[in-house]
Design a protein around this ligand. Sequence first.
Ligand SMILES: [Fe+2]
Ligand SMILES: [Fe+2]
Length: 143
Amino acid sequence: MPVVRWTSAFEIGIPDIDEDHKRILGSVQKIHDAIDGGRFDDCAELVAEFFVIARGHFEREERILEGAGYPHLKHHAARHKELLSMAEEVGEFCTGLKNRSGARECFERMVSFLISDIVEADLEFKSYLEDVGLVERPITVPK
Ligand SMILES: [Fe+2]
Ligand SMILES: [Fe+2]
């Protein structure tokens, strides 16, 4: 079962960022499937993979936002950091450093936080990027 299906509502309009977000969701899906199937041994490796993808993305995104003079960059970067530590925790649960039964619960918290990053926080900077003209604002037809 898919955790999150990619929809155009998630689109920021910067291809590098959109591709990263898709890869992140794909990686989260793999972790979900591993936990769901009780394949905790795979899970640790998948979380490590998530780290590489997410860290690269966050750095890219923060660089773009810095270049655009985004006023809430500090706060946004703090969320990214929090997300990485949540992923780390999921990895620890999976490798049995902590109770494995906690992996699912922790993963769910991670997913909802991730979605709030992509859907809420990233969409907030999307409107900023539109305001400064870095991303084209879709034309809305008045009703
Ligand atoms: Fe993002
Ligand atoms: Fe973000």
